[in-house]
Design a protein around this ligand. Structure first.
Ligand code: ATP
Ligand code: IP8
Length: 381
């Protein structure tokens, strides 16, 4: 009995406040029209903005020095990276409030494999679906690894950094052993380091399953324990087993909604490649950005800003979905965001890599002013 009680004491407090759950949309961090192609600029910006949002106040504006946490050998390096354990031991901490959860989409890393094999429709008796399941997971977990490394390290660029070193707020100077490419060219290798203690967590590997494509079981204890330990869990849309269909695709949008229901973050952010939800596909002329949508306790939603033509305020939103998108695109996002808003949690949908995405990540969004570009979905209560 004593051991169980002790275990109970050790079990993480599921109510430890999560500040924000953020989705790095696949349309933002990958080039959706190009197979397995990362949008490096958007990913770099998202990592930097996440660090800024997590940083404890750096009131005097002094350049921060952060600890890069990707100590693996980079492609092309001939020697192992040096790790200055003594300097790290002397650090007073990471200077971050890490009560964030990151979920990313697949973009061009998973949708192509899934749509070509029909994984989202199930049927593991089919060799094509089984092969597609394996291929989809290889693709999305490789993207997850790249995102975890980018969050933990940031971007390595020995050409750019010497210039930025003079002004850069978050550069870690890592001296590589003699003979490495950077050593020869620049004497010292520099790397951007966001230094976010990220840990990749795959829903399939964590035992998440669906039933008729709806979430059926989701073991979140590891996520809660990781938060408690000061890590930032990084989940992703995944291929999962389904109790009726054998298998399907679980969208990052659904994962976020489920985690929001369980952990009640202060706000949720969806970063994508457009400024928010429009009244029609933003590629169409005259598309209007919907700045504020309210959701009532019955889940009905209406457009509050802008005030549209009479009677159009709860008219549906026209949505187009890319042909290879296996999880419903913006439509799924809006439906899941409405469920989250009904819980009383504000949802911000905006474009990655902009001042507006940084303000959203900081929770610094007020629809009273017109200067924030995005869609706020909130409860009408
Ligand atoms: N009415 C609409 N409002 C806003 N975007 C729309 C609308 N209709 C279609 N879209 C398209 O939806 C896309 C964003 O949805 P999508 O699901 O691809 O985002 P994502 O979450 O970044 O990607 P992923 O689902 O791969 O993670 C945009 O590229 C946009 O062109
Ligand atoms: C494996 C796939 C396609 C995951 C899809 O997740 P999403 O991009 O968040 O919809």
């Amino acid at each position: 009995m004593a051991e169980e009680a002790a275990q109970e004491q050790r079990s993480p407090d599921p109510t430890r406040s999560v500040r924000c759950i953020v989705k790095l949309g696949g349309a933002a961090i990958t080039n959706k029209g190009e197979l397995e192609s990362i949008n490096e600029n958007n990913l770099r910006s998202a990592c930097a903005q996440l660090r800024q949002a997590m940083s404890e106040s750096n009131s005097d504006g002094a350049p921060e020095k952060v600890l890069g946490m990707d100590w693996s050998r980079k492609r092309g390096d001939s020697a192992d990276p040096a790790v200055d354990a003594e300097w790290i031991t002397g650090m007073a901490g990471l200077g971050l409030e890490t009560n964030f959860i990151v979920v990313h989409g697949a973009g061009s890393f998973g949708h192509f494999q899934a749509s070509r094999s029909g994984v989202h429709k199930g049927g593991l008796h089919s060799t094509l679906v089984k092969a597609g399941f394996v291929a989809t997971r290889i693709s999305v977990t490789s993207l997850n690894q790249e995102i975890v490394r980018a969050l933990a390290r940031g971007i390595q660029n020995s050409l750019l950094c010497p210039l930025l070193c003079a002004v850069g707020p978050s550069i870690v100077i890592t001296r590589l052993p003699v003979g490495t490419s950077d050593e020869k060219n620049h004497g010292t290798a520099y790397s951007f380091a966001e230094g976010i203690p990220s840990v990749g967590m795959s829903p399939f590997a964590c035992g998440w399953t669906t039933k008729q494509r709806k979430l059926a079981s989701s073991n979140t204890s590891q996520i809660i324990q990781s938060l408690h330990a000061g890590f930032v869990p990084v989940l992703h849309g995944d291929a999962v087993l389904d109790e009726l269909l054998d298998c399907t695709i679980l969208s990052g949008d659904v994962i976020i909604r489920h985690l929001a229901q369980l952990l009640s973050p202060k706000y949720v952010v969806f970063l994508t490649d457009v400024h928010g939800v429009y009244d029609r596909p933003p590629t169409e002329p005259d598309a209007v950005l919907l700045r504020e949508i309210e959701v009532d306790e019955d889940g009905r939603w209406s457009i509050v800003k802008p005030v549209l033509l009479q009677g159009n305020n709860n008219k549906g939103v026209e949505i187009s979905v890319a042909s290879h998108d296996t999880t419903g695109g913006m439509e799924t996002k809006i439906l899941e965001a409405a469920v989250i808003a009904r819980l009383g949690i504000d949802v911000y949908i905006t474009k990655a890599g902009t001042d507006h995405s940084l303000r959203a990540l900081k929770g610094d969004v007020s629809t009273d002013t017109e200067d924030w570009l995005g869609t706020v979905i909130r409860s009408s209560r």
